[in-house]
Structures are given as structure tokens and as C-alpha cells.
Design a protein around this ligand. Structure first.
Ligand SMILES: NC(=O)c1ccc[n+]([C@@H]2O[C@H](COP(=O)([O-])OP(=O)(O)OC[C@H]3O[C@@H](n4cnc5c(N)ncnc54)[C@H](OP(=O)(O)O)[C@@H]3O)[C@@H](O)[C@H]2O)c1
Length: 244
């Protein structure tokens, strides 16, 4: 891929590890100035050391208020990768309020509020920005022990479409990337269970997990001007899981 993001400012939430880390590295490698957000300072500081002129580390909780204030003061923000998210798999009847609130707060409420803050900056500064939400194949289908996660990712799919329609006149594109299972710190404990891994592999026609690179490529495409006519779309990176 040849996208050049020079002179662009990109904010990536959950940039310390996993998919967000891959997105932050790819954006910085292709010239963007990246604001990397995570709660663990060590992960994002290490990233900032690798790209000293390009990455600024914001040690912040995506669910808090401070990130909104920092975004409001950001200059030139043109890309938002709304990536921070989590899962606590539980059987539907066993879902406890802590898990319910955790996922609603991070996967939906924080994603909404951060988008809102970013869009205010883009419209105020007349920037034709691009927003990419990290959804999931679970935003398209259901799966056992994932009622809350599926609910939150379906919410992100709805948010993507509604934002896309409303913000198109401002030149702001809004899309989602919907991966199947990728081995990251989030999913490693799940995939370490051989029975669960077999369940997953049996449902992916391409017979492999997605790599972080597979997902990053999709995010970079949607963030870039190559996808200039694409808005309100959810790009499945699922090896065919949802095609069945
Ligand atoms: N991995 C998969 O198989 C998969 C599949 C489909 C969709 N997704 C989605 O892709 C996104 C990233 O997943 P991942 O697997 O890369 O996750 P991950 O490995 O758990 O990494 C999450 C990153 O987000 C940060 N983070 C978590 N909570 C945060 C908070 N409250 N505020 C700020 N940063 C926070 C973490 O750092 P700190 O803990 O230091 O804050 C970490 O850097 C999520 O939205 C997930 O739902 C993942």
C-alpha cells in the first residue's frame, strides 16, 4: 500500500498493544503525526521512543473526561482510529453488572464521546477527516457468551452509518473495520483454550486467524484518500466467517 499520511494528525485510542498499536505504527511509518492513547504509560512511551518526531503519548483513560479536553485542544486532527475496546465473555444469564457497564462504557460510550470531540475539532477547523471505528464480526452476527460484546459492536455499526450520513456534508467520512479473531493480548487467553480455538477455526473458511497486519491494512485503506468515496461502510476482515 502506498498511502502517504504526511502532514496529517491521527489519534489512535488503545494504541499501546494489539490492533491499535499496529495502526499507530503504520500511520507513523507513513508520515502521520500520531497521538497514541492508552492507560499504560510504558507501552505508548516505548512507541514514542521508536518514532520520536511522530508519536505523542497520551496516558489517558478513554472513558474519562480528560481525553475530551485534550482532543478539543488538538490542532489539525484529521484521522481518528476509535480502537480501544474490551470483552468479558460470559453466558447471557450470568452477565454481571460490572461486565455490562465495562463494555457499554468503553466500547460504546467512550467511542461515541471521543468521536464527538474529534468531529467538533474537524468541523471547527474545516478538516475533511476520516474516522475508523474498530467494530468486529460480532457487530454483524451473534455468538455464544458474547451478548454484551455483540450488542456493543452492533451499536458501533449503527453509529458508523448514522455518523456517515450526518457528517457527509462536512466532508467527514466514517467507516468501520470488522475483524474476526486476531491473536492479541485481548484474545490470547480465549484462544489458548484448544476447544475454543477449534470452535473459531471451524467457522473461518480461510482457516486462519486474522493477523494484526490484515486489520491494519483495512484501517489504513479506509483512513486514506484511496477510500475517498467510501463512507458508512463496515469492512469485514473475517476470512469468510459471516459469509456463511
Ligand atoms: N483481537 C481480536 O480478535 C478482535 C477482533 C475483533 C475486534 N476487535 C476490536 O479491536 C479493538 C482492539 O482490540 P485488541 O485485541 O487489539 O485489544 P487489546 O490487545 O486488549 O489492546 C487494547 C489496547 O487498548 C488500551 N485500552 C484498553 N482500555 C482502555 C481505556 N479504558 N482507555 C485507554 N486505552 C485503553 C490497552 O492499553 P491499556 O490497558 O494500557 O489502557 C491496549 O493498548 C477492540 O475494539 C476490539 O473489540 C478485536
Amino acid at each position: 500500500m502506498s498511502q502517504d499520511f504526511s502532514d496529517q494528525v491521527a489519534l489512535v485510542t488503545g494504541a499501546g498493544r494489539g490492533i491499535g498499536r499496529g495502526c499507530a505504527e503504520a500511520l507513523a511509518s507513513r508520515g502521520a503525526r500520531v497521538i497514541a492513547v492508552a492507560r499504560s504509560a510504558s507501552d505508548i512511551e516505548e512507541l514514542a521512543r521508536r518514532f520520536p518526531d511522530r508519536v505523542e503519548a497520551w496516558q489517558l483513560d478513554a472513558t474519562g473526561d480528560e481525553i475530551l479536553e485534550r482532543i478539543d485542544a488538538a490542532d489539525g486532527l484529521s484521522i481518528l482510529v476509535n480502537n480501544a475496546g474490551g470483552n468479558r465473555p460470559q453466558a447471557f444469564v450470568d452477565v454481571d453488572e460490572e461486565a455490562l457497564d465495562f463494555m457499554l462504557s468503553l466500547n460504546v460510550r467512550a467511542a461515541f464521546r471521543i468521536s464527538q470531540a474529534a468531529v467538533r475539532v474537524m468541523t471547527r477547523q474545516s478538516i475533511s477527516g476520516s474516522i475508523v471505528h474498530l467494530s468486529s464480526q460480532m457487530g454483524h452476527v451473534g455468538s455464544p457468551n458474547r451478548t454484551v460484546y455483540c450488542m456493543t459492536k452492533h451499536a458501533i455499526e449503527g453509529l458508523t452509518k448514522a455518523m456517515a450520513v450526518e457528517l457527509a456534508p462536512s466532508g467527514i467520512r466514517v467507516n468501520a473495520v470488522a475483524p474476526t479473531f486476531v491473536e492479541t493480548p485481548l484474545t490470547k487467553p480465549m484462544l489458548d483454550d484448544p476447544e475454543f480455538k477449534e470452535f473459531v477455526m471451524n467457522r473461518i473458511p480461510l482457516k486462519r486467524l486474522a493477523s494484526i497486519g490484515d486489520v491494519v491494512d483495512a484501517v489504513m485503506y479506509l483512513a486514506s484518500s484511496d477510500a475517498g468515496m467510501i463512507t458508512g461502510h463496515s469492512l469485514l476482515v473475517d476470512g469468510g466467517w459471516t459469509a456463511q
